[in-house]
Design a binder for this molecule. Structure first.
Ligand SMILES: [Mg+2]
Length: 411
């Protein structure tokens, strides 16, 4: 069973309540479709980051004709290449005008960034395709499920007016009313009104006080049993991240996320040593990078993303590496419905698993461009489907209504 084509389709539409409550008018997602020579096809999702479309074009040119079931080999060859004399299936030279095959390493000579973002969406589509072909849900390709639903937690960004404490209360109330039991907020957007220096990795006492004041409203509204998290977006220095964590201690957060810049486990370990709140990191990391943070005792919870770590199998490997170090995994999620369902399929197979993030509760179309036989969310969880693969099909009406200019709808 061979890959006959790898195609993509960009969807673009409104994003209500963008990060920080800003009026971000648009957000886009790339849907990947892999067709096989048996007539089946699978669907995946990528974020619309710089270079990803070029990465998918590379994957099509390089892996067309490859065995559909060779998921690990395809991901590994995309990230690391092979040693000379290379695999018999490796490509050499110019594949399409201006696109050269690089069999001895990734097309950018790095196993992260564009290559891993692009291959993540392709890997998700391969898992969907293989599951459909075998007639079994994707989670069964990964060892089977521990649970029949996985928790979902919401990233609610912030109210449009961060100074309006009533708006913080309303945000917490609406999340509870919709059945969710965990919320995350972005520290850097919680008190931008108190920030006087956008270049500085310091947090002023005024910023910290406003953040504590606003998150206290959420805690008091949602109650003591509601889980709360705070994301530092990799922005701060070590002492101020510790100072922030200590100020937030009375709010009993589940985690403080990415306190310091992304690729330094030593700094993160320093924060963890001084933080009364568990530290969660990993949303942009591949397996080897996540390993460094776990080995450096720089995190309590690992937080990889199915769209950024290499896809469903790599996501499971990261969670399993954390598990044998007696750390839990939560899955970062910047995806729409398709990537979120893919992550949920993996989460069901990981023993020490906390939940999958969802960013777009205020942006309905992102959760509606695929349909399945069970709802996307039920009582704060993502129920798993028994349908083959990811158990989804595109809602062509939603896709057509949000097709980006110049894009063609998958027929
Ligand atoms: Mg984050």
């Amino acid at each position: 069973m061979k890959i006959s084509s790898i195609r993509m389709m960009r969807l673009r539409g409104p994003r209500e309540h963008g990060v920080g409550g800003e009026d971000e008018p648009k957000i886009s997602k790339i849907i990947v479709r892999i067709d096989a020579d048996n007539g089946q096809f699978g669907l995946g999702e990528c974020d619309d980051f710089m270079g990803i479309r070029r990465g998918i074009e590379y994957l099509h040119a390089y892996f067309e004709g490859r065995d559909v079931f060779a998921v690990n080999a395809i991901v590994s060859e995309m990230l690391y290449g092979t040693a000379a004399p290379h695999a018999a299936t490796s490509r050499f030279g110019e594949m399409t005008p201006g696109m050269n095959a690089v069999p001895f390493c990734s097309p950018t000579a790095t196993p992260w960034g564009t290559p891993i973002w692009a291959v993540s969406g392709v890997e998700i589509a391969l898992c969907d395709l293989i599951g459909k072909t075998l007639g079994t849900p994707a989670y069964n390709l990964l060892g089977g499920r521990f649970r029949d639903q996985v928790k979902v937690y919401l990233d609610r960004s912030t109210p449009a007016d961060v100074t309006n404490l009533d708006a913080w209360e309303e945000m917490a109330e609406s999340s509870c009313a919709e059945g969710f039991s965990q919320l995350k907020f972005d520290i850097d957007f919680m008190a931008p009104d108190a920030n006087t220096d956008v270049w500085n990795r310091s947090l002023t006492l005024t910023q910290i006080n406003r953040i504590v004041e606003r998150l206290t409203v959420v805690r008091e509204t949602a109650g003591p049993d509601f889980e709360l998290c705070a994301d530092c977006h990799m922005q701060y220095n070590v002492p101020d991240a510790i100072r922030l964590a200590q100020a937030l201690e009375p709010l009993n957060l589940l985690w403080l996320e990415d306190p310091t810049p992304i690729v330094n486990p030593d700094s993160c370990a320093e924060v963890r040593a001084g933080s009364p709140i568990p530290i969660c990191i990993g949303e942009m990391l591949c397996l080897e990078q996540a390993r460094q943070f776990i080995d450096h005792q720089a995190c309590d919870i690992i937080h990889p993303d199915v769209m950024f770590c290499g896809g469903m199998h790599e996501l499971q490997k990261i969670a399993q590496y954390a598990e044998v170090h007696h750390r839990a995994a939560a899955f970062h999620g910047n995806g729409g419905a398709l990537a979120t369902i893919a992550a949920a399929n993996v989460g069901a197979t990981c023993r020490s698993f906390l939940g999958v993030e969802y960013h777009f509760i205020e942006t309905p179309w992102i959760g509606q461009y695929v349909r399945r036989d069970v709802p996307l969310f039920r009582d704060g969880h993502i129920p798993l489907s028994d349908a083959p693969g990811l158990g989804v099909e595109l809602d062509l009406d939603v896709c057509r209504a949000h097709l980006a200019p110049g894009e063609a709808l998958f027929e």
